[in-house]
Design a protein around this ligand. Structure first.
Ligand SMILES: Cc1ncc(COP(=O)(O)O)c(C=O)c1O
Length: 329
């Protein structure tokens, strides 16, 4: 079953990476697994921040003893490749580029292919957060040349939370093997975890969360049965349905059209509307939970998820009717 799971994850990530498995913990630990294995004290890492999760990446670099070189973009904008290029020109000794493909705090999708190409040109590896993108929009690790990626089981894979699919390229594995300082985390040390996840003999490392792993296996089977391209198309079609309904209600999107995540729709709260009261009534009266703004966008936006199994027409119709009755009823 573990081998099947690895194969299904390779399909979801569109990669041939041997080192592809699910970390026994949520997405934040997948993130840490990438940083504690790839960053050593003194390493410079270019970190793109255009929302909450980029900030968390920078914090990971600091805690690994590295120095983050911050590239900032406005919350709601995708990462600007020109700024990343400038950062590498100013810091040619940076060894890694880290960015969030799909910023869940804002709904912005960044151009992973262009960002990874810049890192490659400067001889750096790439760590990509695809917690919210995997299964909802194209995630093409091999085509884009991503060296380390982590995701989450609970977003577009629609599984229970608590597992983090990860994948590492050959170059990333070489860097991990060449570490001079041991990985500071025993639990996340890939050299140790792999004794359990690969090889002819499976050696006990920690007690695996077997039941959630079966759940993830099933959700990946469902994704494969639907077909990745069909899943991406479904997310896109449903986003367009929701978009036209939201715009008909007079709501406008935070993210510009060509960088919008179909699975995470962020709209400005209209002036004079008590945003928390609307979310509470949506939940209590209609059984719909939408997200509040985070960080810089707290209190100013609503984030409407259409991820995985929840991306379906019936949910959109109900959500739009409920919002209409609360805003204009
Ligand atoms: C983009 C992104 N990265 C990382 C995380 C952290 O994942 P988890 O909450 O599963 O630890 C999230 C969670 O929402 C996320 O959206």
């Amino acid at each position: 079953m573990m081998d099947e799971l690895k194969g299904l994850l390779r399909y979801a990530f569109q990669t041939g990476n041997e080192l592809t498995f699910a970390v026994s913990a949520p997405g934040s630990v997948g993130m840490e697994t990438c940083f504690v294995n790839l960053v050593s004290p003194g390493d410079k890492v270019v970190v793109c921040i255009n929302g909450v999760f980029g900030q968390r990446m920078a914090e990971n670099v600091r805690r690994c003893g590295g120095t983050p070189v911050i590239v900032e973009d406005r919350w709601g904008d995708p990462v600007d490749p020109a700024k990343v290029e400038e950062a590498f020109k100013a810091h040619p000794d940076a060894v890694i580029l880290a960015f969030v493909h799909a910023e869940t705090s804002t709904g912005a999708l960044s151009d992973a292919a262009s960002l990874a190409a810049i890192a490659r040109r400067f001889g750096a590896l790439t760590i990509m957060d695809c917690v919210t993108s995997l299964g909802g929009v194209p995630v093409l690790l091999d085509e884009w040349g991503i060296d380390a990626a982590y995701s989450g089981s609970q977003k577009c894979l629609s599984c229970t939370p608590g597992l983090s699919p990860v994948s590492f390229s050959v170059a990333a594995v070489e860097r991990i093997k060449a570490r001079k300082v041991p990985c500071p985390s025993w639990f996340q040390d890939l050299g140790l975890v792999l004794g359990y996840w690969s090889g002819a003999k499976r050696t006990y490392h920690h007690t695996a969360p077997v039941n959630p792993l079966y759940g993830l296996h099933e959700s990946l089977v469902m994704l494969a049965e639907e077909g990745l391209e069909n899943a991406w198309q479904r997310h896109r079609d449903n986003h367009l349905r929701l978009r036209s309904g939201l715009e008909a209600l007079g709501l406008s999107f935070v993210v510009r059209e060509n960088a919008r995540l179909p699975q995470l729709n962020t709209v400005w709260v209209p002036d004079g509307v008590d945003e928390a009261a609307v979310r509470t009534r949506l939940l209590q009266e209609f059984g719909i939970e939408i997200g509040a703004g985070l960080g810089a966008l707290a209190g100013r936006v609503w984030r409407i998820g259409l991820m995985g199994h929840s991306s379906r027409q019936a949910n959109i119709t109900l959500c739009l009717a409920a919002l209409e009755s609360l805003l204009h009823g």
